[in-house]
Design a binder for this molecule. Structure first.
Ligand code: SF4
Ligand code: SF4
Length: 178
């Protein structure tokens, strides 16, 4: 489906990395985003990926994560056992000690960081464990994943955190004539 879209997102006119602006905008766009999600859920998964993946690339041509760091500052990734083992090895401590120092179980029984911002986020917005970072960090905001359709509700939530997801959602609405 190629209905054409504007490369100049309305969102670029806003302070695109400001978390408060993002949260306010997510509230304003709640209805239209819900409508978009409902429309995308009715499409074939492959069709959704073909539409979304180029918009992911386009968003990250405009957005610099080092100027943003909203994800690392405001939400925690899920930390898997493999992440724990890898990071514990790097710090030369036991996995149990890594858990004790940095993690707790959330309401879905997944390990997450104790606090935000993430303990490994530097003041310059660099990640001090970048090459070893949790899988969920490497994959965030997931707008390039196969079967993106499966995470539409999560992505809707991410419009209040990640300017790239906002950009993708806005351009999807334009592409779909919404
Ligand atoms: S581990 Fe690195 S990429 Fe992941 S939340 Fe922390 S600072 Fe961000
Ligand atoms: S992934 Fe999104 S929220 Fe995280 S730093 Fe990049 S643009 Fe910001």
């Amino acid at each position: 489906m190629a209905l054409g879209h504007s490369s100049q997102s309305i969102f670029t006119l806003l302070k695109k990395y400001d978390i408060k602006v993002l949260r306010d905008k997510a509230k304003v766009e709640r209805k239209s985003n819900k409508k978009l999600v409902a429309r995308l859920k009715k499409m074939k998964p492959k069709e959704v990926d073909l539409l979304v993946h180029p918009l992911h690339d386009e968003a990250f041509e405009k957005i610099d994560c080092l100027e943003c760091a909203n994800c690392c500052s405001n939400i925690s990734p899920i930390i898997t056992d493999r992440d724990i083992e890898r990071l514990a090895k790097y710090f030369r401590i036991k996995p149990a000690d890594f858990v004790e120092k940095y993690l707790h179980l959330d309401h879905e029984n997944d390990y997450v960081f104790n606090n935000t911002p993430c303990p490994f986020l530097g003041e310059d917005n660099y990640c001090s464990v970048y090459d070893l970072r949790p899988k969920a960090c490497a994959e965030y905001p997931h707008t390039d994943r196969v079967k993106f359709q499966q995470i539409l509700d999560l992505s809707h939530k991410n419009t209040s955190v990640c300017p790239a997801v906002v950009d993708v959602f806005e351009n999807l609405k334009i592409e779909l004539g919404m």
